[in-house]
Design a protein around this ligand. Structure first.
Ligand code: 13P
Ligand code: SF4
Length: 334
């Protein structure tokens, strides 16, 4: 039985023993705490598992715990609920949204499908459960190329919602019959080609890790083809892929083009290399809405619970499971 007598948590004031309280409440609630790579460092450090969006949903599905506390944004907690429907899924602040997921809703997707009958819909996991329910196959940044390549070449594809990830996949697959939704993440779109060019020119020895959602992903590939950055030093990677690459690199410095929360995990897995952001202002305000005080309150009060209608969850699960059977998602850190 969970002791919830002290429920008056002020989310601005944090008790000094908050870590101990979080861990003992998690035990009392039979809860596992998951954190995305963009979370605040103290949230990443207290979590039982830290990783990318898909890797974490898989952990959720396989976890023995009856409750999942998802420290990330709402669509990620929803994905966990879709894959682990019988479990209780909590998010410490349900208002933690995603500007990319908001660029397309189920009505818009249905209208787009009506314009392209017979096309296969591929949606990035940064979408709501309702959009996933209208989707044939989901993808993440780590397996989008494999997912698109698995679709017969004569079938049209509707790819949503991220235009930069779509352009990256189209470039790698050479697919011409792929229609791309013009959505973007405000954080990644803000990391532009000009920032990247300046940083690369100032640090000619550094390696470059670029998330494919970035506005600069195209510039990175251009700089490679123009010979400004050698190909072997430029990697277009998902957040999970960045962790794998960080473990292996022997470079003195790596420039990282993604949300800055990523730097904590990269530095942790490889303390010998310096990881620096391409743009220090690339901070996702939604990810940072999950604070230690809200995590504590979530465990004390059992809030905010994530719910998805069963019918939507069942249809959405089909598209997520198709993806899992095609691509290999990145592992997570313990
Ligand atoms: P990953 O799927 O690579 O973890 O990225 C999720 C995300 O929100 C990127 O902005
Ligand atoms: Fe969404 Fe962008 Fe934040 Fe990722 S970084 S959660 S895509 S708003």
């Amino acid at each position: 039985m969970v002791d919830v007598t002290d429920t008056a948590v002020n989310v601005d004031v944090l008790p000094s023993d908050w870590q101990d309280q979080v861990l003992s409440l998690a035990k009392a609630r039979d809860a596992v705490i998951l954190a995305h790579n963009y979370q605040l460092p103290e949230i990443q450090d207290i979590a039982h598992h830290t990783g990318d969006s898909l890797g974490l949903s898989r952990v959720a599905a396989e976890a023995e715990a009856s409750t999942i506390v998802f420290c990330g944004v709402h669509f990620m907690a929803e994905s966990a609920k879709i894959l682990a429907y019988e479990k209780t899924v909590l998010i410490p602040d349900a208002a933690a949204g995603c500007s990319l997921a908001e660029t397309i809703n189920a009505d818009q997707l249905r209208a787009w499908k009506a314009e392209h009958p017979g096309a296969v819909v591929v949606s990035y996991v940064n979408t709501t459960a309702e959009v996933k329910a209208e989707t044939d196959i989901c993808c993440t940044s780590s397996n989008a190329v494999d997912v698109v390549a698995s679709i017969p070449s004569d079938q049209d594809i509707l790819f949503c919602p991220d235009q930069f990830l779509g352009a990256h996949v189209q470039r790698l697959t050479g697919r011409e019959n792929m229609h791309i939704w013009m959505g973007e993440c405000h954080v990644h779109a803000g990391i532009n080609g000009a920032d990247l060019k300046d940083r690369v020119e100032a640090e000619p020895e550094a390696e470059l890790f670029v998330h494919p959602e970035c506005g600069c992903a195209t510039s990175a590939l251009y700089l490679v083809s123009a010979g400004v950055v050698p190909q072997e030093r430029t990697k277009i990677l998902s957040t999970g892929g960045m962790i794998d690459a960080a473990r292996e690199t022997t470079a003195e410095k790596v420039l990282v083009a993604t949300e800055t929360g990523m730097l904590h995990q990269l530095q942790k897995v490889n303390p010998n290399t310096i990881f620096e952001p391409v743009n220090r202002a690339a901070v996702c305000k939604y990810m940072k809405m999950i604070t230690p005080a809200k995590l504590l309150r979530s465990l004390q009060e059992g809030i905010d619970e994530v719910t998805v209608e069963r019918d939507i969850a069942d249809r959405a699960r089909t598209s997520v499971e198709r993806m899992i059977s095609i691509g290999t998602p990145s592992p997570t850190a313990e």
